[in-house]
Design a protein around this ligand. Structure first.
Ligand SMILES: [Zn+2]
Length: 119
C-alpha cells in the first residue's frame, strides 16, 4: 500500500471506532483497561471475550462491539507500526482493497483463506 492508502485506512478505522464508541456504553465502563487486558490473548489469535447462555441480547451486542473495537484498535496499531500493511502471518503486503472491505483483518487473502476459511 502507498502511504496515502495506509492513511486512508487509518482514517476509516478511526471513524469506525468513534462510531462504535458512540453506539455502545464503552465510554461508561472500564473498557480501556478491559481492552488492554486482552492484548496478550490477541497475540495468540484468541480473545478474552467469553459468551455464556445467560447473556442478554444487549450484552452480546455490547460484547460484539467491544470485540470489533478491539480488533480495529489492533489494526490501527499495526498500520502505525514498523511494517504497516504487511500480513502478520507471512509478511507479504495486504491489499488496500482487502483492508478497506475488512479492516479488522491483518492477514493477506492467501493467509485468511488458509487460516480462517476466508472469514
Ligand atoms: Zn499472508
Amino acid at each position: 500500500m502507498t502511504e496515502h492508502e495506509v492513511n486512508e485506512i487509518i482514517q476509516l478505522i478511526s471513524n469506525k471506532i468513534e462510531q462504535l464508541r458512540a453506539e455502545s456504553s464503552l465510554k461508561n465502563q472500564q473498557s480501556e483497561s478491559a481492552l488492554n487486558a486482552t492484548e496478550k490473548d490477541a497475540t495468540t489469535g484468541g480473545y478474552a471475550f467469553r459468551y455464556s447462555h445467560t447473556d442478554t441480547d444487549a450484552e452480546i451486542l455490547n460484547r460484539d462491539r467491544k470485540k470489533e473495537h478491539f480488533q480495529l484498535s489492533r489494526t490501527l496499531e499495526w498500520l502505525k507500526g514498523d511494517q504497516p500493511g504487511n500480513c502478520v502471518a507471512c509478511s507479504c503486503p495486504v491489499t488496500f482493497e482487502r483492508l478497506k472491505s475488512k479492516p479488522t483483518s491483518r492477514l493477506c487473502n492467501a493467509c485468511a483463506q488458509y487460516i480462517n476459511g476466508d472469514k
